[in-house]
Design a protein around this ligand. Structure first.
Ligand code: PMP
Length: 406
């Protein structure tokens, strides 16, 4: 199939503008993706026709808004092939999903002496909550390292597993290295020892087809804004059996069943974890983004993005004095690099003035930066609306940076 790139680009109004008198090149997709016009339109339509607080309302608008919200849950369930709707919890985003699991899993399952294993490539959002809950519960937080290509050191990871291990928390795709972790294999090994597996899917779900039942992970977390939907909405997938056993995270609103002066009973799944008025607008936008992705086809998206990655890696390897971080065989479409000894912030500022948005810094992965002994990187992360011509402009801007720092 030929990827309909011109049509796709026309779906994203924000891409068609000039910054500093040059056409914008947006390569900060790992931080947040842009939104197709139909997602923006779905939100406007929702406010013009359906807006209301959901659940428990008997009137027309409340029923309509509730239907839109619950229909979205069903479609998200299908999108990631979850077992049923009770396994789909709406949250603010990946960070909230991860905090929800770390807090409630910690309360329910972590005792002094227990162990949680994570990896050195985690985003802070999947590192700090586990580190902190382990400190609180007297448990041990262990961190597996990497190979020289930036792949997870599986031997080290498996060597850490013992009878005290309760959970492995790892990312599906590294937001710095692009490494795609073999989560299915890790889950299979963990489950032989009765260890739960949580997968941070923030960078996975927008690039790869995701099938949580095939992966067999116990939890999978992601954010709408990294998959062409609005900010402030995200998902926690959890296996029903384990979600049933976890205590509620926040109290109030739809998570309540009955309240008495001396005790309270809680609603069933998924509502048990959805306290307060939810972000219905975000859910409506997320649903539309999923329709869009389904129409494009996640396999086609993955294969087009792979061609962008291959092109970028080849072009970068042709420039002298570039250090690329993350050369895993299984890699998503982003490149992290340094240009000689030039500080990433200085290089990023010059690249920006050429109309190209790349991210600079530690990418919320300070333990990884320490591990690699670098202050940060420049990161160009690609989406399916990017082109090889845009990558050529990035390469030209890198050459310009080199010239200026000669
Ligand atoms: N995990 C990974 C791998 C990420 O890339 C990000 C976002 N940069 C997060 C977690 C946090 O996502 P959010 O800010 O949407 O909660």
């Amino acid at each position: 199939m030929i990827f309909p790139i011109d049509k796709i680009r026309s779906d994203f109004p924000i891409l068609h503008q000039e910054v500093y008198n040059r056409p914008l090149v947006y390569f900060d997709n790992a931080a947040s993706t842009q939104k197709p016009i139909r997602v923006i339109a779905a939100i406007q339509r929702y406010y013009e026709h359906d807006n209301c607080n959901i659940h428990r309302g008997v009137h027309y608008l409340s029923i309509k808004a509730t239907e839109a919200y619950e229909e979205a849950r069903k479609e998200i369930c299908e999108f990631i092939n979850a077992g049923n709707k009770r396994e789909i919890i709406f949250t603010k985003g990946t960070t909230e999903s991860l905090n929800l699991v770390a807090t409630t899993f910690g309360k329910r399952y972590l005792n002094p002496g227990d162990e949680v294993i994570s990896t050195i490539m985690e985003h802070h959002s999947n590192f700090v909550p586990w580190q902190q809950v382990c400190l609180e519960r007297g448990a041990r937080f262990r961190v597996a390292g990497l190979s020289s290509r930036g792949e997870l050191d599986l031997e080290e990871l498996y060597g850490m597993i013992n009878e005290k291990t309760r959970l492995i928390a790892l990312t599906h795709v590294s937001n710095v290295l692009g490494t795609i972790n073999p989560v299915k294999e890790i889950t299979a090994i963990a489950h032989q020892r009765n260890i739960a597996v949580l997968v941070d899917g923030a960078q996975g779900v927008s690039h790869l087809p995701v099938d949580v039942r095939d992966m067999d992970c116990d939890f999978y977390c992601f954010s709408g804004h990294k998959m062409y939907a609005p900010m402030g909405i995200g998902v926690l997938y959890g296996k029903e059996k384990i979600l049933e056993e976890l205590p509620p995270y926040q109290m109030g609103g739809e998570m309540i069943k009955e309240v008495y002066v001396d005790h309270t009973t809680f609603n069933e799944l998924p509502f048990k974890f959805e306290a307060g008025t939810p972000n219905v607008e975000g859910v409506v936008g997320l649903r539309e983004a999923i329709h869009y992705l389904n129409e494009l086809g996640m396999k086609e998206v993955a294969s087009y993005e792979e061609s962008l990655l291959k092109y970028a890696m080849e072009k970068l390897s042709g420039i002298e004095n570039i250090r690329v971080f993350g050369t895993s065989k299984q890699k998503a479409s982003l490149v992290s690099f340094l240009i000689g000894n030039i500080h990433p912030f200085d290089a990023g500022t010059i690249i920006d003035k050429m109309g190209i948005a790349v991210r600079t810094g530690h990418h919320c992965a300070m333990p990884l930066m320490d591990y690699l002994k670098i202050p940060g990187t420049l990161r160009a992360s690609f989406a399916f609306y990017n082109t090889t011509e845009e990558i050529d402009r990035l390469i030209a801007s890198i050459n310009k940076v080199k010239e200026m720092f000669k």
